[in-house]
Design a protein around this ligand. Structure first.
Ligand code: GLN
Length: 490
């Protein structure tokens, strides 16, 4: 019974709670037990069980008093990059060891205000830099789709823990962040839904910054409807984030009832890479057929600057990271390595506190922003970014959404790409263009490859048109069905 409860989606759990079929205490206990049973996946980095139990008692009391809020009693896991008041938050970096925020990120605060309950802070790549969750100082996450007796497969990254905990049915929903693909790519690798909203749709306040012009929070869930439900509660204007958009949040859940007759779906020809495995190109073709069968109109479109997106991203993101990470000096937060003078203290703290990938990004960032190289790299990358946004603007004159693969491969074995940063960066080839343009995008589980591993298809929408994006995503979901790792018994 209890493990069945952990398998409920957000909407199902909300219905079950409302009907009195289960209590918040039972639901939270089921998720805690499921996370415990999935310990070897290494998904959870901060234990929140006691706090969650207390919150569940409170949720049940509110319900008995007829004061239940929309997400009353729904367990949600949160990536360790969201500051959670009174709960250790380290972005899985040694440099934030011992940091316990005195404030709550806006996005997570909104979930708790709607009645949801924090059940687990999830593992991630250090400071969200990575595509495999292997840069985490808390160790790698095992993808629940890894063969029982075989090697560990990575869950993707950087929101690897959030994707894996949802895929393992140990919580109905988790929050992640996406800078260049960190929600969508792990969602694809773990067979779950991952939604990156439009830049500005959700507040970044209280989220540890990686690249501020790209970072965006969003949900990982087992269904498109659940992603919509969570988005509805985390979105909206926040005066504390000057880049958050002052726009009303549409009724996203109701929007899923709409139909897609006449929807124009674009297929960008530049995404047809020769190196794409046939399982992925076949699945993409299948997606096209599903849309056609559902009454959509398919059009080939061109995004001519696509091939410059990845190099531009790996200039812009490290540049912003190098500025954002300058604040970790051992004086104000987290870990400190002592020195005989302040300079030595800063140097030692940063050398001991940051992992290899983070140091690499800081060095690249410093380099591309330095005098003499700024114009050649940073300025150039910004110009490319404008072109990419313009490509999308043009395409969206003819179509309503774009359909692409999410990733150029399925989940790969741990250690496979750790010695080759460029091979790791290529994971983001299909996800970074939408990030650079600030557009909403979603990965929907669409099929399995020949090894039986999940693959996602990505949809990209117009800025602030999450409604159409989610409507289109339900077409994929209805056609493809849902996927559970074989290790999580049916
Ligand atoms: N994998 C990309 C990177 O390492 C994206 C990370 C992210 O979206 N946070 O930068």
């Amino acid at each position: 019974m209890s493990s069945d409860l952990a398998r409920l989606g957000v909407a199902e759990a909300a219905d079950g709670l409302a009907a009195g079929d289960c209590s918040a205490v039972e639901l939270v206990e089921a998720c805690i037990a499921a996370q415990e049973a999935a310990r070897d996946l290494n998904v959870v980095v901060a234990d929140t069980a006691e706090r969650a139990r207390a919150a569940a008692v409170h949720a049940d009391q509110r319900r008995r008093r007829n004061e239940a809020r929309p997400l009353e009693g729904i367990p949600v896991a949160v990536k360790d990059i969201f500051c959670t008041e009174g709960v250790a938050t380290t972005a899985c970096s040694r440099i934030l060891d011992g940091f316990v925020p005195e404030y709550e990120s806006t996005v997570s605060a909104r979930l708790w205000e709607a009645g949801a309950i924090l059940v687990g802070k999830t593992n991630m790549d250090e400071f969200a830099m990575g595509s495999s969750n292997e840069t985490s100082r808390c160790g790698p996450v095992r993808n629940p789709w890894s063969p029982v007796d075989g090697p560990s497969l990575v869950p993707g990254g950087s929101s690897g823990g959030s994707a894996a905990v949802v895929a393992a049915s140990a919580v109905p929903a988790a929050l992640g962040t996406d800078t260049g693909g960190s929600i969508r790519q792990p969602a694809s690798f773990c067979g779950v839904v991952g939604l990156k909203p439009t830049y500005g749709r959700c507040s970044r306040w209280g989220i540890i910054a990686f690249a501020s012009s790209l970072d965006q929070a969003g949900p990982l869930t087992r269904s498109v409807a659940d992603a919509a439900l969570i988005l509805e509660h985390i979105a909206g204007f926040d005066p504390r984030d000057s880049t958050s958009a002052d726009l009303a949040v549409p009724d996203l859940h109701a929007a899923l009832q709409g139909n897609v007759k006449g929807l124009r779906v674009g297929v960008p020809s530049e995404y047809r890479l020769d190196s794409l495995p046939s399982s992925i190109s076949d699945l993409w073709e299948q997606g096209i057929v599903w849309f056609r069968d559902a009454g959509a109109e398919l059009r080939e479109v061109s995004l001519p600057h696509t091939r410059y997106a990845l190099p531009a991203y790996y200039i812009v993101a490290p540049a912003e990271a190098s500025a954002n990470l300058a604040r970790y000096d051992g004086v104000r937060f987290g870990a400190r390595s002592m020195g005989t003078d302040p300079d030595e203290l800063y140097t030692r703290t940063r050398r001991d506190g940051f992992g290899e990938e983070v140091r690499r990004r800081i060095m690249i960032g410093g380099y591309v922003l330095s005098e003499g190289y700024y114009d050649a790299y940073y300025l150039r990358a910004q110009q490319v970014r404008t072109r990419i946004a313009e490509d999308f603007r043009q395409a969206f004159q003819d179509v309503d959404v774009l359909l692409t693969p999410t990733t150029p491969s399925s989940a790969f074995p741990e250690g496979d790409k750790t010695d080759d940063p460029l091979a790791m960066y290529v994971n983001d080839i299909f996800t970074v263009p939408a990030s650079l343009a600030g557009l909403p995008a979603i990965s929907v589980p669409a099929g399995l490859d020949e090894a039986g591993l999940p693959l996602g298809l990505q949809l990209v929408g117009r800025a602030f048109d999450e409604v159409t994006l989610l409507q289109a995503a339900t077409i994929l979901e209805d056609a493809a069905g849902t996927f559970r790792p074989p290790t999580v018994a049916a």
